[in-house]
Design a protein around this ligand. Structure first.
Ligand SMILES: Cc1cc2nc3c(=O)[nH]c(=O)nc-3n(C[C@H](O)[C@H](O)[C@H](O)COP(=O)(O)OP(=O)(O)OC[C@H]3O[C@@H](n4cnc5c(N)ncnc54)[C@H](O)[C@@H]3O)c2cc1C
Length: 444
């Protein structure tokens, strides 16, 4: 079967741009046979490769990635690896405690597995910092969101701390935020450094990664799967699709994927004088109290002192946000930056970009067996760094029939729900996002 679409990534992968260039993995240029083929080199694909090689050290594994590692969404995100469910504060909460407890347990298992990879494989500590995160509120509406979230955390017996405006100012140097809700379990990633160093560390005489090798066709021939790229092919009895929403391009989850793009901008490195004018701590990360508000990271270290902001989400069923749309989003980024960082007026954005996420209507993943020998660790929904890691780990365990409560629980989830036909989905999603963003007001 021909793969109908290839991924698109507007703008540069900035987190990789601020690192020294990573060593290249080869492009696939010949015909190979391996025990396990993994398509997609993001969180799910690399974690699956690592877990297979751990459970079955003699197995041969190839990961094929359409671009270079960390050029896709895995290196384009804001780097929040979050242990708590995203929608804890949703209005329809009720009777969900058991589900939330399970999700938290899964997320923590993924974070703990990632931490173990960082330690065992010797990845740089700077790319994986378990420092927690803050849900930042700039308005009464944001504070009300935090209040709801706080109630659910109390109900779930999860620890948190409320920071007042003075504490938020001390931490950040800015006076924009009125309140913060700190939870300790999240990790802040330098996502490109994490993905690149994970890729480099898992390669061995048994595990290979092929970059710039988009799979263009995937077929089952005589009990064996065969994936073709422009210059080569790999056949394997077992294939794992780790392509997130692009699983649809392989013919799966038709009408079940909400294709969303979200966007970020990163300043140039701040001068010493600008760092002093800003004040506050050198590293922090805020997710917005209002789900459609702005995510902010203050980073320092290898790529210099910078601010990274992320906001806006658009429904893109054709996986191709227009130039006009990008211009509008980036203008919003400038407004959001100026409102928060008046002392940095005139500091330009050096990088601007967008990236793809895959949601489902009922928030479940595309996890499990698709066909004989073909498995899926896709459709991560909103917390893709943690869910991708979880599903990558679990799909390896499933393929190898390794006993796992997490696999059993994931397989017990319902299938992703079918979307209404187009253009109804597009209109409904666009209106919902627009109204949500308008209501977010100053939180944007
Ligand atoms: C701006 C932005 C901010 C975000 N912030 C966060 C955040 O803070 N926290 C969080 O948890 N999530 C965040 N996300 C979402 C997160 O990045 C994704 O959900 C996550 O990367 C999904 O992991 P994955 O491994 O399933 O898929 P991906 O990372 O998308 O990896 C799949 C890979 O498959 C490759 N691929 C696709 N088709 C083919 C093919 N035919 N052949 C070969 N390779 C193919 C792609 O190139 C891609 O590299 C953010 C996303 C964006 C864009």
């Amino acid at each position: 079967m021909k793969v109908t679409r290839q991924p698109t990534n507007p703008g540069p992968a900035a987190w990789a741009k601020i690192l020294p260039e990573a060593a290249r993995h080869p492009t696939l240029e010949d015909d190979r046979h391996v025990d396990f083929l993994i398509i997609g080199g993001g969180f799910a694909g690399l974690t699956a490769a690592r877990r297979i090689s751990e459970l079955e050290p003699t197995a041969t594994v190839s990961v094929v990635e359409a671009f270079r590692l960390a050029e896709g969404p895995a290196g384009r995100n804001s780097g929040f690896m979050i242990d708590l469910p995203h929608d804890l504060a949703s209005d329809d909460y009720g009777g969900q405690a058991a589900r939330d407890h399970q999700s938290i347990r899964h997320n923590r298992a993924a974070i703990s597995y990632a931490a173990d990879m960082v330690a065992t494989l010797g990845l740089p500590q700077a790319c994986f910092q378990k420092v927690g995160k803050i849900n930042a509120a700039a308005t009464d509406r944001g504070i009300a969101h935090n209040q709801g979230y706080q109630e659910h955390l109390t109900h779930l017996n999860e620890p948190f701390e409320i920071l007042d405006d003075r504490q938020m100012h001390e931490l950040t140097g800015i006076t924009f935020y009125k309140q913060g809700l700190f939870t300790p379990g999240a990790v802040l990633l330098q996502p490109a450094q994490y993905i690149q160093s994970l890729g480099a560390a898992i390669v061995s005489n048994r595990v290979a990664i092929y970059e710039n090798s988009p799979v263009m066709a995937l077929d089952q021939v005589g009990g064996m799967w065969r994936a073709e790229t422009a210059k080569g092919a790999i056949s394997a009895p077992t294939v794992i699709l780790a392509t997130n929403g692009l699983a649809q391009a392989f013919g799966y989850y038709k009408s079940r994927v909400v294709h969303i793009y979200t966007y970020a901008s990163m300043t140039r490195a701040l001068s010493a004088d600008e760092v002093q004018r800003l004040g506050g701590a050198p590293n922090w990360g805020f997710t917005p109290a209002d789900p459609l508000g702005t995510t902010v990271r203050r980073i320092s270290g290898i790529g210099g002192d910078r601010i990274v902001i992320r906001n806006r989400a658009t429904y893109e069923p054709r996986l191709s946000p227009s130039e006009r749309r990008l211009r509008g989003v980036y203008a919003q980024h400038d407004d959001s930056f100026d409102a928060r960082f008046p002392m940095l007026k005139g500091v330009e954005m050096e990088h601007r970009w967008g990236g793809h996420l895959a949601l489902t209507l009922n928030g479940v993943a595309g996890f499990g067996q698709l066909e004989d020998g073909l498995y899926s660790a896709c459709l991560q929904n909103g917390l893709g760094t943690v869910k991708g890691t979880l599903h990558g780990m679990a799909i390896a365990e499933m393929c190898l029939k390794h006993p796992s409560t997490i696999v059993d629980e994931l397989l017990a989830e319902p299938a992703p729900k079918r979307l209404p036909p187009e253009p109804i989905s597009e209109v409904a999603a666009t209106i919902r996002l627009k109204l949500g963003e308008r209501a977010a007001g100053q939180e944007l």
